[in-house]
Design a protein around this ligand. Structure first.
Ligand SMILES: [Zn+2]
Length: 340
């Protein structure tokens, strides 16, 4: 008998918010550590998972940073970059039946530790995606991230890199610590991207206050916002109205928000509220390996814990196609693959 989990698994899906750094398989962390003489808390998969996977809310910041540190160390060579990218695509396509995928990575975070050349690594990532796309029904693209906590000079450098490699970059993302590095600091940076015609998404309203979402929209004019959960906490409804009227697509990541305590319970996630308000939104897994999730789980939670109907799930898929940073012909191809 087909269960609802089988049905969800079989459903073609779209993912616009997934970090390559969050896609390193446990077995790959171990294998790459052996090859590159890296230290690990344990070489036993079950034991390593205890310090690599975040399974419940409430972990200390140091513990979470340690998890990302293990993933980061895995990008120890160009071969590792290629392998991890390929495996991220393979897991998305085979395990989750994803047909439209935008993968993102932060060159400074992901490549800096081993001192890998950005251009060489980026070309490998883009070529791995292109090759996978050619041999499958997956449509995919790459977003380049500036991590706010690396400072403004890093963002400048990353934007310059993005403009130079425009041909193989789908879009740009500003990620991490919004409270220490508010969006207002990046107004000129966003202008540069807009002038270059590079689509922008911004991690905003994942923590802190809903006014940060307002600031992000007004100062940076992004096409999409990552997370955005705090927008739902504006009791006047004004922030949700602003998101809707600006045509911004919210890339939601429900399980990630639960684990980081951006929402108190998965049932309290505002995804359904956004949909009811007419906001364009998508469902993502953010960092599937580290957060111990994938789109099968996220769609399951959306249906069972947040009460989304199958029409509402399809709505998120249409929003993903409309909000995707890929070219119109590739978005059309994705729509066909998604049965829209
Ligand atoms: Zn993210």
């Amino acid at each position: 008998m087909e269960t609802s989990a089988d049905k969800i698994r079989a459903l073609p899906k779209a993912e616009l918010h997934r970090h390559i750094e969050g896609c390193v398989r446990v077995a790959t962390v171990i294998d790459l550590a052996r090859r590159h003489n890296l230290k690990l808390p344990s070489f036993d998969p079950a034991e390593l998972e205890l310090s690599y996977k975040l399974r419940a809310p409430g972990a200390s910041l140091a513990a979470v940073l340690g998890m990302f540190g293990l993933a980061q160390a895995s990008f120890a060579s160009y071969e590792a970059v290629e392998r991890i990218t390929f495996e991220a695509l393979e897991d998305a396509y085979k395990k989750e039946n994803i047909r439209l995928l935008e993968l993102r990575y932060s060159p400074d975070f992901m490549l800096g530790r081993a001192g890998l050349d950005w251009k060489k690594a980026h070309e490998l990532i883009a070529a791995t995606c292109a090759k996978f796309e050619k041999n499958s029904n997956l449509v995919c693209g790459v977003i380049v991230i500036a991590s706010r906590s690396y400072g403004l000079a890093s963002a400048e450098k990353t934007i310059g890199f993005c403009v130079e490699n425009k041909k193989t970059v789908a879009g740009f993302d500003l990620a991490d610590s919004e409270s220490s590095f508010p969006s207002s600091l990046y107004k000129d940076a966003a202008q540069k991207l807009h002038r270059a015609g590079i689509p922008l998404t911004v991690h905003s309203g994942e923590e802190g206050h809903f006014s940060q979402v307002v600031e992000t929209i007004k100062q940076l004019a992004p096409r999409r916002i990552g997370h955005g959960v705090k927008a739902a906490e504006d009791a006047s409804g004004g922030t949700i109205e602003l998101v809707k009227n600006s045509g911004v697509t919210i890339e939601t990541n429900p399980w990630s928000n639960y684990l980081t305590r951006a929402v108190a319970a998965i049932e309290a996630h505002p995804l359904k509220k956004f949909i009811r308000a007419g906001v364009k939104c998508t469902i993502g897994a953010d960092d599937p390996e580290i957060l111990d999730t994938d789109l099968n789980k996220e769609y399951g939670l959306a249906v069972e814990k947040m009460g989304l109907s199958s029409d509402e799930l399809r709505y998120t898929l249409r929003c993903a196609v409309q909000g995707s940073f890929l070219s119109p012909d590739r978005r059309q191809q994705a729509a066909k693959e998604l049965g829209l």
